[in-house]
Design a protein around this ligand. Structure first.
Ligand code: PEP
Length: 293
C-alpha cells in the first residue's frame, strides 16, 4: 500500500495522519466510543515519578517514606530512581504499593560497557520496570529509536515492564512534523513480539519537559489519538497499552490533563520530588479513575 498523508477529524480535532494508519485510527475511535478505552483507562491509571539525577540519598529516603505512607489504592505508582538508589529504595519501600524502576538499561546482558547497567542488574537490585527512550537520553546520549528497541528487547527478556517515552521537539512541532515524529519513534522503538501488557507509552513533548510549558488538552488529546491508532494497528484495539502524558505536570494542571480522553496517567519529573505535589497529582489520577470506571 502506498504511503499517503491524510487528515481526519476526530471529536472536532483535525489530525494529519499517514494513510496506512487510517484503519487503526478508526478502530481506536470505535474503542473510545463504545466505552472500552474509557473503562480500561480508569482501571489502569498510572502516575510515574522520574527523579532523574535527584535528590541526595538522605532526601530520597525521606521522600520515599512519605510516598509509602500515602494511600492510593486505585492507581498504580512507579518510582524511576537513580540506579544507585534502587537497592535502598527497594528495601525502604518493601510492602508499599509502589513499583521501583530504573531510568535506562543497556541492550547487552554484560560486557565491556563502562558506566552502563544491564536489565538483569536492574532486576537484581529490585526494579520491576524501566524507563526507556526518555528525551534526555535521546538528546544528551544520542540514543536512536533503533537503540531504544534493542534496550526494550533486553528489558523484556529480563521480565521488566517498560515505559517508553516519545515526543517531538519545539522545532518539529513548529514545522508541523510532531505527529510523524511520534509515529516514527513508536514504530522504530517497539520491537516485534512486544507483549502489550508489558508496555506503557509516555507522550512527552520535549519542549514541555522541565519548562513549565504544558501541551494544551486539545494537543494532548490529538496526539494520544494518533498514538492509540499506532498501538491499535500493532496490538489490536482491545489490547492498547496505557498512554501517559509527561511534561511539566503539576498539582494544578493534573486534573485537566487526566480529563483528556485516552490519557492513562502521567510521567512526572520536577513535581515528583515534592511529596505533597506528587500526592496531589495522584489524588487527581484517582479521581479520574473513579470518574472513568
Ligand atoms: C520528565 O522528566 O519525564 C518530565 C516530564 O519532567 P517534568 O515533569 O519536570 O517536565
Amino acid at each position: 500500500m502506498a504511503r499517503r498523508a491524510g487528515r481526519i477529524c476526530l471529536d472536532g480535532l483535525l489530525i494529519e495522519y499517514d494513510a496506512l494508519l487510517a484503519g487503526a485510527v478508526f478502530i481506536a475511535r470505535q474503542a473510545c466510543s463504545n466505552g472500552h478505552v474509557k473503562k480500561k483507562r480508569g482501571t489502569d491509571m498510572i502516575v510515574a515519578a522520574n527523579w532523574k539525577m535527584n535528590p541526595a540519598l538522605d532526601q530520597a529516603a525521606v521522600l520515599a517514606t512519605a510516598l509509602a505512607s500515602q494511600p492510593f489504592s486505585e492507581i498504580k505508582r512507579i518510582l524511576f530512581v537513580p540506579h544507585p538508589y534502587l537497592v535502598p529504595m527497594s528495601v525502604r519501600l518493601t510492602g508499599a504499593p509502589l513499583k521501583i524502576g530504573g531510568q535506562d538499561c543497556h541492550f547487552a546482558d554484560h560486557g565491556a560497557y563502562t558506566g552502563d547497567v544491564s536489565a538483569g542488574m536492574l532486576c537484581d537490585c529490585g526494579a520491576s520496570t524501566v524507563l526507556l527512550g526518555h528525551s534526555e537520553r535521546r538528546s544528551a546520549h544520542g540514543e536512536s529509536s533503533d537503540l531504544v528497541a534493542q534496550k526494550i528487547s533486553a528489558a523484556l527478556a529480563q521480565n521488566l515492564d517498560v515505559v517508553l517515552c516519545v515526543g517531538e521537539t519545539k522545532a518539529e512541532r513548529d514545522d508541523k512534523k510532531a505527529e510523524q515524529v511520534v509515529i516514527d519513534q513508536l514504530q522504530a522503538s517497539i520491537p516485534d513480539n512486544t507483549p502489550p501488557t508489558r508496555l506503557t507509552i509516555a507522550y512527552e513533548p520535549v519542549w514541555a519537559i522541565g519548562t513549565g510549558a504544558v501541551a494544551s488538552p486539545d494537543d494532548i488529546g490529538a496526539m494520544h489519538h494518533i498514538i492509540a491508532s499506532v498501538l491499535s494497528e500493532r496490538f489490536g484495539a482491545n489490547a492498547l497499552p496505557p498512554i501517559l502524558y509527561g511534561g511539566s505536570v503539576n498539582a494544578e494542571n493534573a486534573g485537566s490533563i487526566f480529563a483528556v480522553p485516552l490519557v492513562g496517567g502521567a510521567l512526572v519529573g520536577g513535581a515528583s520530588l515534592d511529596a505533597d505535589a506528587f500526592a496531589a497529582i495522584c489524588t487527581a489520577a484517582q479521581l479520574a479513575s473513579r470518574n472513568a470506571g
